[in-house]
Every structure is written in structure tokens, then in C-alpha cells.
Ligand binder design. Structure first.
Ligand SMILES: [Fe+2]
Length: 266
């Protein structure tokens, strides 16, 4: 089942059992929400370290985080650190998995988002359950994609447009019928929906990606999170795809984001 909410937890003071319950819930439910948190940047970073080694992205991917002492943190916002509002800002408003440019196995990454300013309208974050999406395919389509692969290149990812050449990662090859490294559930893994399927003629690749896109875009396979201030939301990038749903016009929006490489639990 996509999405699980914990109430009455303080992530600054978790018992080991409480942390294990959160950790186990993330790949099982894809998305976990913990309500009513009150955190500083260091609290969020400390919480992220509990899951695994934080992902340190090149500076161009930290989205205006100017604090060099917090390389783990990115600001997801239309407000610059000096308070300037970025007019008509859009970000990540397309279905994707963060970390799809890492090699298989290295791409088992959890994201943590902490909400500080919620716009009056819009600004939701959408998630699609990749197991549900796979199960919704016809048997014929499941057979067709059984051994298909995508190659993810940093050159195709919009967020990479400003990074230095030395920060580009080698291309990553992923099977699109994906066995989750921990839960062993079968789901789709597409990286992003403009990926080309390897070893197919462009027209056939487009046809199959079109059919897979329908499964991703089907609201029956999705959960759309409406943010409240103080929400901490954790997701598994190999169990769900996500996107910004936009529509916040020029209302202020601020979330902090961290990511961690995850070791599968036994
Ligand atoms: Fe993302």
C-alpha cells in the first residue's frame, strides 16, 4: 500500500524500535510521512545519517544551499537564501526517480523532505507506486518489457544542465522490470519518462514508453501529498517515482531535502 503516516513521534528523540519501524516502512509503503516535526538543519541531517551515508551532490544540484557546512542539504524553494522570490519558479514537475544516474544497487536512495513554508495553493508532491504500476500492465506488455533496459545519461537530466563536466556520472544501465533490492517486490524502474528503451527502434521504444507512461500517470497508482508545515516525508526512489505538482503561482514554498544511500536490511 502506497503511503504510511506516523503521528506522535519526535524524530529528534527516537527510540531504536521507533527508528526501525520507520526504516522498515519506507520500502514497504514507498512513502512515509511523519507529522508535526520542529527541526533545525542539523536535526534533519542527523536523522538522515541514521538511514545511511548521505548523498553529497555537486554544488549545482544543491539548489541554492549556500551553507558549506551542510553539503548534505538542498533547498527546494522559490525563495533564494537572501529572501528574493523567484517568479514563476518550477522545479522537477515531471515524473522521475532521484539517483537514476547511479549504477544499479547504488541507486537505492531514500529522500527526506522537511516542510517549512507551505504555499496557499498548489505545491503538492506526487508519488506513483511502481509495483502497482507494473501490476496494472497487460500480460502482453509485461512479456514485452521482460528484458528491456534503459540507459540513463546525465546529459538527459534537466537538473544536470549547469554542473561541471567532472561531476557527470558514467551512463547507468537499468532493467525496467525491477526487483526491489530489499522487499524483492517486482516493479517498474524507468528513471524518467523521456528515457529511450535500449535495442529498440525509436518508434517501438516510443510506443512502449507511451504505454508505460499511462500506467505511471494513472491516478489509481498514485498518492499526492498535500504539505503541512512540519511534515517530514521519506520516500524510496526504487519503489516510487515522484514529481512536483506545481501550481503554487508565486506563493512562497520552502522545503529542505536530504538523501541517503541505503543498505538493504536483512
Ligand atoms: Fe526529484
Amino acid at each position: 500500500m502506497l503511503g504510511f503516516t506516523f503521528e506522535n513521534l519526535d524524530i529528534k528523540n527516537l527510540t531504536q524500535d521507533q527508528f526501525i519501524a520507520i526504516r522498515k516502512a519506507v520500502p514497504l509503503h514507498g512513502v512515509v510521512v511523519i507529522k508535526n516535526q520542529n527541526l533545525c538543519e542539523e536535526d534533519l541531517i542527523a536523522f538522515t545519517h541514521k538511514f545511511g551515508t548521505p548523498v553529497l551532490l555537486p554544488e549545482a544540484l544543491r539548489f541554492n544551499n549556500t551553507k558549506r557546512e551542510h553539503p548534505e542539504l538542498a533547498r527546494v524553494s522559490n525563495i533564494l537564501p537572501d529572501g528574493t522570490l523567484l517568479k514563476d519558479h518550477t522545479a522537477a514537475e515531471y515524473w522521475h526517480s532521484d539517483g537514476d544516474f547511479w549504477q544499479p544497487g547504488q541507486n537505492y536512495i531514500f529522500n527526506v523532505l522537511y516542510s517549512l513554508i507551505v504555499p496557499k495553493v498548489g505545491g503538492d508532491t506526487g508519488f506513483v507506486d511502481l509495483e502497482l504500476a507494473y501490476n496494472s500492465l497487460s500480460e502482453d506488455l509485461k512479456k514485452k518489457i521482460e528484458n528491456l533496459e534503459i540507459t540513463v545519461s546525465c546529459d538527459e537530466i534537466p537538473d544536470f544542465k549547469d554542473i561541471k563536466p567532472e561531476d557527470r556520472q558514467p551512463d547507468a544501465l537499468h532493467r525496467i522490470k525491477h526487483e526491489h533490492i530489499e522487499t524483492k517486490k517486482i516493479g517498474l524502474y524507468l528513471g524518467h519518462l523521456f528515457a529511450k528503451l535500449n535495442d529498440l527502434a525509436p518508434a517501438e521504444s516510443d510506443t512502449i514508453m507511451g504505454q508505460l507512461t499511462q500506467a505511471i500517470e494513472n491516478p489509481a497508482n498514485q498518492y499526492v501529498h498535500k504539505w503541512s508545515v512540519g511534515d517530514v516525508l521519506i520516500w524510496d526512489n526504487t519503489a516510487v517515482m515522484h514529481r512536483g505538482m506545481g501550481g503554487y503561482q508565486n506563493f512562497k514554498r520552502l522545503l529542505f531535502r536530504t538523501q541517503a544511500f541505503i543498505e538493504p536490511m536483512k
